[in-house]
Design a protein around this ligand. Structure first.
Ligand SMILES: Nc1ncnc2c1ncn2[C@@H]1O[C@H](COP(=O)(O)OP(=O)(O)OP(=O)(O)O)[C@@H](O)[C@H]1O
Length: 335
């Protein structure tokens, strides 16, 4: 049976005046229904580009290579009609800064009604106003908001409530996969925790697959079973969240874990280490491992060797020369 989502050797470049900008490089990944996967990495490492490719939401300047399979069907070659059917009902996105995307002059209920009316779903039996209204009320309750908020305007809700509305919107047509791009950025820590808990509960209850993107490893580790760490367009580590967070096999993941200490762990918050330097310009990558100029443990070998993912444990992989090469490299094998 096909995985809910499978990326096979995914490569994405943007055409620009400077030539091709390589944003994503040879990523292999699978996500099953009911699973949660976090994508971490600093700004510009290719997380959003990768995520938006899943629903073919990239600008026309993007050139995509490899395969993006949703339930075994390649999104890259779908007709527009098929893609329209897949968006919302097959997979949906909670965009970065989405709560600011609510229309200020439309009531919440009317905004939630739109995808239901256009694409069907959320248990609405028909497009009759009564059925749609009932479906809107159920959606609001599902994300922990009272039904009466359907009558509210966005400015009457808090940031956390608006973000819940955006999650309700993403769930409106009963998708099997939800992609949440920085869903808690700009929310305070308490509200962040509530929104993350909500996302986790929704996955458990409904068996949807969740891909969540953040630059903050600790936020992802709270909600997701597995973590993928991206650097310079490559996936440099993939594994169970606890292992990637606390037994990082790649020095970049280790630095990220230290930069974003565990939420609610005061001991780890005392000495957050910043990452020195910036990620490289994708059009001018250093030789060898792209992380080597910032890596605290790099050696001469790293300047000349761009390592593919290696097995660091049964379900754990990392692209670092320090991971013993004894087990066969897995590049090309979706994991
Ligand atoms: N439309 C575009 N045209 C050209 N280059 C782009 C475009 N969009 C993104 N890029 C480049 O592609 C690379 C990956 O960007 P992307 O936005 O996917 O990273 P990200 O990790 O999601 O960052 P952020 O967290 O800031 O969104 C970056 O070097 C970025 O400058």
């Amino acid at each position: 049976m096909s995985a809910l989502l499978e990326l096979r050797d995914l490569t994405i470049d943007y055409r620009s005046r400077r030539g091709l900008v390589p944003a994503v490089r040879g990523v292999n990944l699978t996500l099953e229904a009911g699973q949660t996967l976090g994508m971490a990495g600093e700004s510009g490492c290719g997380k959003s580009t990768l995520a938006m490719s899943v629903l073919r939401l990239l600008p026309k300047t993007a050139v995509i290579g490899g395969e993006v399979l949703l339930d075994g069907e390649d999104v890259r070659t779908m007709s527009w009609g098929r893609l329209r059917a897949v968006r919302w009902a097959g997979a949906s996105v909670v965009f970065q800064g989405a709560m600011h995307a609510l229309n200020p002059v439309l009531r919440i209920g009317d905004q939630l009604a739109e995808p239901i009316t256009l694409h069907g779903g959320a248990g609405a039996k028909s497009n009759s106003p009564a059925d749609v209204q009932r479906a809107v009320g159920e959606l609001l309750e599902r994300v922990g908001l009272p039904r009466r908020h359907a009558k509210a305007y966005p400015h009457e809700l808090s940031g956390g409530q608006k973000q819940r509305v955006m999650i309700a919107m993403a769930l409106a047509c009963g998708p099997r996969l939800v992609i949440a791009d920085e869903p808690t950025t700009a929310l305070d820590v308490m509200v962040q925790a509530q929104v993350l808990t909500l996302l986790g509960e929704l996955v458990r209850e409904s068996g949807i697959g969740l891909m969540m993107i953040s630059h903050d490893l600790s936020v992802l580790a709270q909600t997701c079973q597995r973590l993928a760490v991206m650097y310079a367009g490559r996936m440099v580590e993939l594994g169970p969240s606890a292992q990637v967070m606390h037994e990082s096999a790649h020095p970049y993941s280790k630095a990220l874990a230290a930069a974003f200490p565990t939420v609610g762990d005061p001991a780890s918050r005392m000495a957050p280490q910043g990452l020195p330097g910036d990620p490289p310009d994708p059009t001018n990558l250093p030789s060898g491992c792209p992380f080597h100029p910032r890596c605290p443990v790099s050696t001469v070998e790293c300047e000349g060797t761009d390592v593919l993912l290696r097995q660091a444990g049964p379900e754990h992989q990392a692209a670092c020369v320090r991971v013993p090469e004894s087990v066969a490299e897995t590049a090309g094998e979706p994991v």
